[in-house]
Design a protein around this ligand. Sequence first.
Ligand SMILES: [Zn+2]
Length: 275
Amino acid sequence: MPELPEVETIRRDIEPHTVGRTIRSLRVTERRMVRRSPSPASVETAATGQRIVALDRRGKFLLFRLAEPNGTTLALHFGMSGAAIYCPDLNMAAEHGENRHVHVRMELDNDTALLVRDPRMFGEIFISEDIESTLNLGPEPLSKEFSPELLKQKMQSRASVKGALLDQRRIAGLGNIYVDESLFIAGLHPLRKADSLTGDDLKRLHAAIVGVLSQAIENRGSTIGTYMDAYGEKGSMQDSHQIYGHEGKCGRCGDEIKRIKVAGRSSFYCAGCQK
Ligand SMILES: [Zn+2]
């Protein structure tokens, strides 16, 4: 699923094409993608005719800041399999729009369009006038406020460290891939209790999270399953994964890489490196 680095890559790709433009029309053709707003029509009506004043990201959500009323946001989440497709002209939008997995079509006032393709339909689109309250997310791991001390506060949980890191209310934007990578780099077992981490553990984990997310953005995200950027290109971060999706021997210590379920998610770790 698109995690923080993938959504940030999409955001950077489409920001220059969307900010300052007016939404000529918005069509949401899949009812299941509208869960927090009353109906597809309510989202379409609220967005149509609006100028996009900024394009932000919060966790795994892409946020179109709309002009009226001040503070209104059109939020998009890509779920398990969603992708944004930037169409520099309406012919391309019409071609891609015929795909049965395209459920959102946003046409802008300069004859460009943004489509969302989501085969599994776990993604969503909605309007909020107070997006911070609606989303209720933890801090951004690449923000200045994110420190080992703040991480310590957020890890005050009896859950496993992996479960706590996946909890978007504690820290925003991490998913299965980047949690596994961060825990491997920090040398922490995914089943360690979150509130048992020492000061040194938290420093290493903090550095690992910031490092791996930054590197993943530089590499334009990870394409494991269906993820593509807004231009339909794959990311390359998967070539730098050290543990996620790996089988056989650990590249660092030579021990066998193990795969277990943690917090309901398939998890990779090395028993030699992650005690
Ligand atoms: Zn190892």
